[in-house]
Design a protein around this ligand. Structure first.
Ligand code: AHM
Ligand code: MG
Length: 362
């Protein structure tokens, strides 16, 4: 009953009760039917039908708008001279690309002007953005506006990743409003800028929902409800940057070797959104573990690890840190102390992640 209670506490209606949709909605990872030329279950319509919370609806709709604008920028990058460097550095000291900067501006503008946010954390900004009182709202959003930097300039899939918290304290937002455990996240999502643009969202206690961008309509259309990992673990696929393997710990090394001896295929895009999306839909495991050179791993807790962990768990998977700071931890239990903190990431189907965890136990 816990998920339902959390769901109800968020004001979410499960599944799709208003507007008489409940009876028609497919269940369990099914493709939505009746997507004919007369009836469009757009993101906006889906949000209105599934939440009684107008501020949350506005926030999610603004995130959808920013994803569409980023998708458009990626699609026209070649002809609009948007590939290449911007000449600045981001929070990690990485050189920023023009598309990094543009997508960051798009998300900040959409979120600040939504009237629904108090604190924003972006991978591209060293400091949190505190929304002025006259535009402030109930939510805090951590996001990576364009993840997969190494793929931006060669037209390989990139993505946006975001996590939404609800503010619990009165007054102007502070960093403490967003430096919270992953268990406090109320919604998470990612958008993949691939062969098609796809938005995947998840409200805590509810299901994982897929929307595809119809470019001619300029709208996200609901395509799949309650997405789940394939039964039994799905395809045998491992996904990691194996170039780092000389620095991995033994359990990870041993597990990946086991995969190779057991007819697993290697698939690695190098964009977390694409690698996680494939892992959820096809099955298998995605790992970006800690290693000797990077004991905290590479990926960021607030806007990479946490949102993907919530989506992965909601889809029936497992998201762990592997061995991290002396213990193997469920990723959502981490409590970040810095907005750009990193953590190792091991996520995927229970069949595969449990095999890694067993190796840590023995
Ligand atoms: P970024 O935020 O600089 O783009 O880095 C995050 C990306 C992830 O999308 C991906 O999983 C990982 O970095 C790939 O790293 P590597 O190039 O080391 O394999
Ligand atoms: Mg990133």
């Amino acid at each position: 009953a816990a998920p339902e209670a959390a769901h109800a506490a968020r004001g979410l209606v499960s599944p799709c009760a208003p507007f008489g949709l409940a009876a028609n909605m497919p269940k369990d990872n099914m493709q939505v039917e009746n997507m004919d030329e007369a009836d469009f279950m757009t993101l906006g319509r889906w949000l209105m039908g599934n939440t009684k919370d107008m501020e949350l609806t506005i926030l999610m709709a603004q995130l959808g708008l920013a994803c569409k604008a980023t998708s458009r920028a990626c699609a026209k990058a070649g002809i609009a001279n948007l590939f290449g460097m911007a000449g600045d550095q981001n929070s990690s000291g990485d050189d920023q690309k023009k598309l990094d900067v543009l997508s960051n501006d798009i998300f900040i503008s959409a979120l600040v002007n939504s009237g629904a946010c108090s604190v924003l954390v972006s991978e591209e900004n060293e400091e949190p953005i505190i929304v002025p009182a006259e535009k402030a709202g109930r939510f805090c959003v951590a996001f990576d506006p364009l993840d997969g930097s190494s793929n931006i300039d060669c037209n390989v899939s990139t993505g946006t990743i975001f996590a939404v918290y609800e503010k619990t304290t009165p007054g102007i937002g502070t960093t403490a409003d967003i430096l919270r455990t992953g268990n406090d996240i109320v919604a998470a999502g990612y958008c993949m800028y691939g062969a098609a643009t796809e938005l995947v969202i998840c409200f805590k206690g509810s299901g994982v929902e897929r929307f595809a961008l119809d470019p001619s309509l300029g709208e996200f259309i609901h395509t799949h409800t309650n997405v789940q990992f394939p039964e039994g673990g799905g395809k045998k696929i491992y996904s990691c940057n194996e170039g780092n393997s000389p620095n991995w710990d033994l359990p990870i090394l041993d597990y990946i070797n086991w995969c190779k001896e057991n007819q697993y295929a290697a698939r690695y895009v190098g964009s977390m959104v694409s690698d996680v999306h494939r892992t959820i839909l096809y099955g298998g495991i995605f790992v970006y573990p800690a290693d000797k050179k990077s004991p905290n791993g590479k990926l960021r807790v607030l806007y990479e690890g946490f949102p993907m962990a919530l989506i992965c768990e909601t889809a029936g998977g497992i998201a762990s840190t592997g061995m991290f700071k002396g213990s193997v931890q469920r990723m959502l239990d981490l409590v970040p102390t810095n907005i750009h903190e990193r953590c190792p990431v091991i996520l995927g189907s229970p069949r595969d992640v449990n095999m890694v965890l067993e190796r840590y136990r023995s």
